[in-house]
Structures are given as structure tokens and as C-alpha cells.
Write a protein that binds this ligand. Structure first.
Ligand code: TXA
Ligand code: MG
Length: 321
């Protein structure tokens, strides 16, 4: 296993202020959010943003989310229409990223948008993330703090093990409470669409927005710009093969259980069948099983409703070979 080699900071005032100085001088700092850990850099600095792509090994056509402390900051860089303002009031701070048109005077590096005329923005609901943004007084671009196509990190150790040598520091804000990345909602067209399911569900959005546009999530040209470039099928990939909707294991497989009828499970996402608990455990449990003495990971069925849609989305991508 690779060694953790970066500096691990706490979320006390002094460490946050050191981290903010690192961000201001163009370095990469990973930090906790309520969803997953982000790999942060000054979103207005081309060099800092380029360093994010390099550290992750992320293709340049896959755009980044920018994190702000408040709506006033966001309104400087994107066109906030009425729908966006209502969603902002309802769900921010929180796990919802909005895709909106860049303003002509947008301060954010063009690299962040990867050639698109839009920008993904959100206000995270985590005191570490908010403190870092406020102290640095900068919008912070932050993809999940994992190497491209690997499992997202939900604690500081995951980050340090995966990206340690590439980054200046990680701020340890504890385990992420939601554990699955934000819902990505495209508001750049007349009818909104969910590009990536997450904690904020279609059932919560449709009463506000009306019926959402359905998008094609199948694979596409891997090197072309795309409406939802992050929706590459192979993603969140553990080293071991993973299969879904398994009721029992095959030889040398571990079993990732869900719910009370999982006495044979190696690990259980939620013994009571609670989807919030399952989401919070998902990535850490996949990592543990991936490093265990098995040849594959079998995952029991997770219901396809509410947050279950986001869990199954991540499992489908992890299962894709
Ligand atoms: O919860 C989260 O969203 C975490 C934390 C750190 O905030 N961040 C995260 O970032 O998951 P990342 O880079 O791993 O995923 C961003 C997703 C990708 O699927 C990307 O393609 C999509 O958002 N995205 C970003 N900007 C976009 C844009 N302008 N148009 C369409 N999709 C965009
Ligand atoms: Mg990611």
C-alpha cells in the first residue's frame, strides 16, 4: 500500500489559516466536505487548476466543481436564474451542484470548465470546507480527492494514501457524513436534468422544477467533450471485479451486504436497511474489501429509490469493466 506522505492538518484555526495560505499561493490542499473529500485549489489560478488535473491524472475534458462560501460569491461568476435562486435557498449549503452559464466577467479559470460555457458550483455544508473558502477568500475548485477513476475518499487517510505525494496537505475534518458525491443538476438548458444522482433526489427536485429531462448515461467517445463528461461508465473502480444484485457469493468473493437478511455478509452497508447509513459506508467498505484476501466483491441488492439510486449508480460504475 502506498505510504501517506503529505502533511495532515487539523481543522483548528491555526491549521486552517496555514491551509488558506497554501491555497492562496497556488498549492493543492485536500479538505473534508459533507459528501466526500475534495482536492482543492484556487479556482481563479490557471496553474493551480492545471495542477489538480495533473495530480489526479484526470482528463482535461472533465470539468471541475467550484466551491463558494455564499450566494453573493457565486453570483459574481455564473448567471443565477430564478430556478437557481430557489434551489439555492432550499438546498444550500448542501450536496447539490448546479451547472450554470458562466458570466462574461467570470473570474474562474477556463480550465475548470474544460471547454464548456458552463460552470458547476456549490456551497458545501461542512465547517472545514467553509472555513477554508472564507479564510482564503477565494472560490475553490475541488474534484473528489482520489486518482481519476478510483474510489472517492471519505476520510483523510484515504486521501493521503491515494494522493499524498502530489499534494501539499489534507485537512482532516473527520469522516464525511453523506459519503457520496453531490447531485449534479444541469440548469444550462430550459428543462433541467440530473447528470449525476446524489443525496438530493429527483423526488425532492421535481416539485420545484417540474419533470426533469432524462439523459443518456451510456458510454460515449472517451476523448470528446460531453454534456456530462464525468459520466464515464468506468469510474469508482476498485481493483477487484465487483458484481451487483448478488444473493450469495461465488468462490473467493467477499459479500457486501445490505439490510437485516445478510448474515453471510463480510461487511454490511446498513444492517437496518437505512440508505443514508449505506451511502456513508459505501466507499470505505468497498476499499476495505478491495484490500482483503478475496478475488471479487459481490454486493447484495440495494433498493432503487431515493438515495438508493445514487448508491446503485456508483455500484454500476464500479462493476463496469
Ligand atoms: O460532492 C462533490 O461534488 C465532490 C465534493 C468535493 O464537492 N466533488 C466532486 O467532484 O465529486 P468531481 O470532479 O469528482 O465530480 C464533478 C462532476 C463530474 O462528473 C463532472 O463531469 C461534472 O461534475 N461537471 C463539472 N462541471 C460540469 C459542467 N460544467 N458541465 C457538466 N458537468 C460538469
Ligand atoms: Mg470524482
Amino acid at each position: 500500500m502506498p505510504k501517506a506522505t503529505c502533511k495532515i492538518l487539523t481543522d483548528n484555526t491555526r491549521d486552517i489559516s496555514d491551509a488558506a495560505e497554501l491555497i492562496k499561493s497556488g498549492h493543492l490542499v485536500a479538505f473534508a466536505t459533507e459528501t466526500v473529500y475534495g482536492l482543492g485549489a484556487d479556482a481563479t489560478n490557471d496553474h493551480a487548476v492545471a495542477a489538480i488535473f495533473k495530480a489526479k491524472g484526470r482528463p482535461r475534458f472533465n470539468p471541475l466543481i467550484v466551491h463558494f462560501a455564499d450566494i453573493a460569491g457565486i453570483a459574481q461568476d455564473v448567471e443565477l436564474d430564478e430556478r437557481a435562486r430557489v434551489l439555492a435557498e432550499t438546498f444550500w449549503p448542501g450536496p447539490l451542484s448546479l451547472i450554470l452559464p458562466r458570466r462574461p466577467d467570470c473570474r474562474i479559470s477556463l480550465l475548470v470548465s474544460a471547454g464548456l460555457e458552463t460552470l458547476a458550483v456549490r456551497i458545501p455544508d461542512h465547517k472545514t470546507a467553509r472555513a477554508l473558502i472564507t479564510q482564503s477568500n477565494l472560490p475553490i475548485a475541488a474534484p473528489s480527492a482520489n486518482r481519476s477513476n478510483h474510489v472517492s475518499p471519505t476520510c483523510a487517510d484515504h486521501v493521503a494514501m491515494g494522493l499524498g505525494p502530489e499534494i501539499a496537505a489534507v485537512i482532516d475534518g473527520g469522516a464525511c457524513s453523506i459519503g457520496i458525491e453531490s447531485t449534479v443538476l444541469d440548469l444550462s438548458e430550459e428543462t433541467p436534468a440530473i447528470l449525476r444522482p446524489g443525496k438530493i433526489t429527483a423526488e425532492q427536485l421535481e416539485p420545484i422544477l417540474g419533470t426533469l429531462r432524462q439523459i443518456e448515461t451510456k458510454s460515449h467517445e472517451a476523448n470528446a467533450p460531453h454534456k456530462s463528461p464525468g459520466l464515464l461508465e468506468r469510474h469508482y473502480a476498485p481493483d477487484l471485479p465487483l458484481r451487483m444484485n448478488a444473493e450469495a457469493t461465488r468462490p473467493e468473493e467477499s459479500l457486501l451486504g445490505f439490510g437485516p437478511n445478510a448474515s453471510k455478509a463480510t461487511l454490511n452497508l446498513s444492517p437496518t436497511g437505512d440508505l443514508d447509513e449505506a451511502a456513508a459506508n459505501l466507499f470505505a467498505m468497498i476499499r476495505t474489501l478491495d484490500q482483503g484476501n478475496f478475488k471479487g466483491i459481490a454486493v447484495m441488492p440495494v433498493p432503487e429509490n431515493g438515495l438508493g439510486c445514487a448508491i446503485n449508480d456508483r455500484l454500476r460504475r464500479a462493476a463496469h469493466r
